[in-house]
Design a protein around this ligand. Structure first.
Ligand code: NAG
Ligand code: NAG
Ligand code: NAG
Ligand code: NAG
Length: 501
């Protein structure tokens, strides 16, 4: 086929030669051979690219060098995470430590735990001996701004591990940071961390309960008082860029905000675990503890700004100690809610249990979707208003006949059930608060007879939290002429629901 030179250049509109040159060319076979040479050259180059080893190199030039995650899990990850794999880093101050030491001693276990409390200077009161019942302290390097000192606790803790001959070769999987007044529930912390692969980069924690606080900082930030966990690979990268972050974010005044800003440079997002509690509230946090989300209770904080968490104790310390003590009986179940309905005389009653903390009886029908919302017994952190909050709440009216009868945790014991199953028996006594108004309505009469609620439940295993979360079911029975209500909690059977439908 003969294609005139003119046509090639004009139809294809490819001006290989300047127009003035090609116009002068005459087509005595020259065009045909040029076409052939060009075609052959293209084919040759394509051939070389396709078959040569350099193909991937050229692909890299064109697309970039990509890597893909290895989805095969090595064997050693099967060993479940325990306390020996965790290093704690707590932010403290020599000025306030004496106040928080008793809270720290509630959860710290010298033989099982590793970590440091970082102080700005040596504490004066404890210069002779630092009790080994609490977290060992280290002194941070002096810095002009306290936010820099607090953010450096991440790198200081990391470096201390590498420089400690006893710890260097131990298999550290997680760093967990908190404040000196953070109370952790260690078993539940493990239950949560076991859900995640420590060989990947994780940043795990939760946001504030007060919307005004997350507006001030971020919905993507783990609030430091609630505590947060950083996996070892994330800590390695964070340590590498931390000094730069301290310079770049020198205007921030909260160290947890600085850490989150730094992690956002690495592209590591917050994995939200609502069992970490910053407790950005004023007033009573009763409503929040009575309707805990279906997740292990990992931490509590800010005890100085709220009323004693249980009305039966005069001091905050005693009431927190009571919760920590009961958590030792069945950590995984602590504060777990169960909802059931009693159909005896004067019924229906709606019964909501927060294990180890409270039982509520509503002598009328309240749907589960409402019982899982927290009664607003608290106010927000800054403006101390009635909200908004970052979780579901329902208002508490001023009329006492809208309030449930409440029973506070008093004592507990272990029992062995049939087949050797370990059971807990926890007892809750009617709250007698003389300042509270009482509802005199006749529909409260039967429920007001109840003096004690006894809750029987199987001990939960930590690994049950690896399964899909589900609120457990319960059944009620009235004994002693209606003076005692028995609540039996168990995992829901097929075909069972809270409403019994
Ligand atoms: C591409 O990336 C991988 C993994 O990071 C690296 O091992 C390899 O050398 C890189 N190749 C080139 C040509 O840069
Ligand atoms: C924790 O895990 C380590 C393995 O990394 C193991 O040697 C140790 O016995 C475990 N501790 C407990 C209390 O299970
Ligand atoms: C604390 O240190 C001071 C000065 O170093 C010393 O005089 C004092 O005896 C120490 N207190 C105790 C209880 O050892
Ligand atoms: C009950 O608890 C005891 C000690 O805490 C334990 O040794 C035993 O295995 C438990 N029984 C069951 C069935 O889990």
């Amino acid at each position: 086929m003969h294609i005139p030179c003119k046509d090639i250049f004009h139809k294809s509109k490819i001006h290989i030669f300047p127009f003035s040159i090609h116009k002068k060319l005459r087509c005595f076979g020259f065009c045909g051979s040029l076409y052939a040479i060009v075609a052959f050259t293209f084919f040759f180059i394509y051939f070389i690219f396709f078959f040569s080893e350099k193909t991937s190199f050229w692909k890299q030039c064109k697309y970039g060098n990509f890597t893909q995650s290895n989805l095969i899990k090595p064997q050693d990850r099967i060993i479940p995470t325990n306390l020996s794999h965790i290093v704690f880093g707590l932010i403290g101050s020599a000025k306030t430590w004496d106040m928080w030491r008793p809270y720290n001693e509630l959860w710290w276990r010298r033989e099982e735990m590793k970590g440091y409390l970082w102080l700005e200077k040596k504490p004066t009161a404890s210069n002779c001996s630092w009790p080994d019942t609490c977290t060992p302290f280290k002194i941070s390097k002096p810095t002009a701004k306290s936010v820099a000192r607090k953010a450096r606790i991440i790198t200081d803790t990391y470096k201390s591990i590498l420089s400690d001959p006893n710890l260097k070769n131990q298999n550290i999987r997680w760093f967990v940071f908190g404040d000196e007044d953070t109370v952790f529930f260690p078993e539940n912390l493990i239950a949560v961390l076991r859900k995640y692969d420590h060989e990947q980069m994780y940043y795990i924690g939760s946001i504030s309960e007060s919307v005004e606080q997350v507006m001030e900082f971020s919905y993507k930030m783990a609030f430091g008082g609630a505590g947060f966990a950083i996996s070892f690979p994330a800590a390695v990268e964070l340590e590498r860029i931390m000094e730069g972050c301290i310079k770049r974010y020198f205007k921030l005044y909260a160290s947890d905000h600085l850490v989150q800003s730094c992690l956002s440079e690495l592209g590591v997002p917050l994995t939200r675990e609502p069992g970490f509690h910053q407790v950005d509230f004023r007033g009573s946090i009763y409503g929040m503890l009575a309707a805990h989300p279906i997740t292990p209770l990992v931490s509590l904080h800010n005890f100085n700004h709220i009323k004693p968490i249980s009305p039966h104790f005069k001091t905050q310390f005693e009431s927190v100690k009571s919760l920590v003590d009961i958590s030792k009986l069945d950590s995984a179940r602590t504060l777990q809610q169960s909802i059931c309905y009693d159909r005896g005389p004067g019924a229906p009653w709606s019964v909501s249990v927060s294990w180890g903390f409270t039982v509520e009886i509503y002598p009328w029908f309240v749907l589960p979707k409402d019982l899982v919302k927290a009664l607003i017994t608290f106010r927000s952190w800054r403006i101390q208003g009635p909200g908004p909050f970052t979780f579901d709440t329902r208002p508490r009216s001023n009329w006492p006949c809208d309030w449930p009868l409440t029973f506070s945790f008093r004592n507990a014991k272990f029992e062995t059930g049939i087949n050797g199953i370990n059971l807990t028996v926890t007892e809750y006594l009617m709250d007698l608060n003389p300042t509270d108004q009482k509802c005199e309505s006749p529909f409260f009469a039967e429920a007001s007879k109840v003096k004690m609620v006894r809750v029987i439940a199987p001990k939960m295993h930590l690994n049950e939290w690896k399964l899909a979360p589900r609120r457990q079911c319960c059944e009620t029975e009235r004994i002693n002429d209606g003076e005692m209500l028995i609540v039996r909690i168990n995992e829901c059977q097929p075909g069972q629901s809270s409403l019994g439908l």
